[in-house]
Design a protein around this ligand. Structure first.
Ligand SMILES: Nc1ncnc2c1ncn2[C@@H]1O[C@H](COP(=O)(O)OP(=O)(O)O)[C@@H](O)[C@H]1O
Ligand SMILES: [Mg+2]
Length: 241
């Protein structure tokens, strides 16, 4: 479905990715794990085709979706036409808007009627009942876990078929984290394809079917979650021995 091929990208004169390759098939949960600064966010922003300075410049390689290069695709078309949604690092929700406003904001660009928006909103509230209970509250008043649910819900409002999650576990208490991954697993069973990047290798490998390990702008290991968990170098560097 998605393939990143020998991707080299630069911020100014500094190369941040040095030939990254990986694939994501429809229906899969794939993780990219790596330490802070490995290039995980850069990889996701490159796929979303975000404009500079947010996203780096691709200097070599390709990103293909259903076989066709997306390097020339506009960011809004990545979301609307290709159906790829991003849940950004640190959630980036609007704290001074209500839960419902955060969810419907993304749909303003959509040419749909409001009935379709209401239907999507209903689906998000079904998945995340806590967001429904809090729909009229300011997003700032939500807990970290609820804010993460809101960020996922917002991505789903764009009717994406693939969701890219940037460190969703960050800052969440363990129970909220398991709750969130359980909901994401459920979404995957319903057909959502998931690419998740994480510093927390343990939770990422428990959640994903397979994964890749990134280190300073390159992929250094890959395999099924079981294979990566058993890999001595992965254990040593990312799983605490
Ligand atoms: N906007 C930017 N401008 C310049 N360098 C950046 C920018 N964003 C990230 N980098 C650099 O690119 C490398 C990869 O960063 P990033 O993709 O954010 O890593 P990760 O998400 O794995 O922590 C780091 O060396 C970082 O300093
Ligand atoms: Mg990052």
């Amino acid at each position: 479905m998605l393939s990143v091929e020998n991707l080299h990208v630069r911020y100014g004169n500094i190369e941040a990715l040095h030939g990254v390759s990986f694939t994501l098939e429809r229906g899969e949960i794939v993780t990219l794990i790596g330490a802070n600064g490995a290039g995980k966010t850069t990889t996701l922003h490159s796929i979303m085709r975000l404009p500079p300075p947010e996203a780096p410049r691709v200097t070599q390689g390709d990103i293909r979706f259903e076989g066709a290069s997306i390097l020339g695709v506009e960011p809004h078309d990545v979301v609307r036409r290709l159906g790829i949604g991003l849940v950004p690092e640190g959630r980036r929700i609007f704290g001074n808007l209500t839960v419902q406003e955060n969810l419907t904001l993304a749909t303003y660009a959509r040419k749909d009627d409001s009935a379709a928006v209401q239907q999507d909103l209903g689906r998000v509230f079904e998945l995340f009942p806590r967001l429904k209970e809090r729909q009229r509250q300011l997003a700032d008043s939500l807990s970290g876990g609820e804010q993460q649910m809101l960020a996922v819900g917002r991505a789903l409002m764009s009717r994406c078929e693939v969701i890219l999650l940037d460190e969703p576990s960050m800052g969440l208490a363990p129970l909220l984290m398991f709750d969130m991954f359980r909901t994401l697993k459920h979404l995957n069973e319903e057909g959502l394809t998931i690419l998740v990047v994480e510093q927390n290798a343990k939770v990422a490998l428990d959640f994903a079917h397979r994964g890749y390990v990134m280190d300073t702008g390159a992929i250094v290991a890959e395999g099924t979650s079981a294979e990566l968990r058993a890999d001595p170098s992965v254990k040593k560097a990312y799983l605490g021995g």
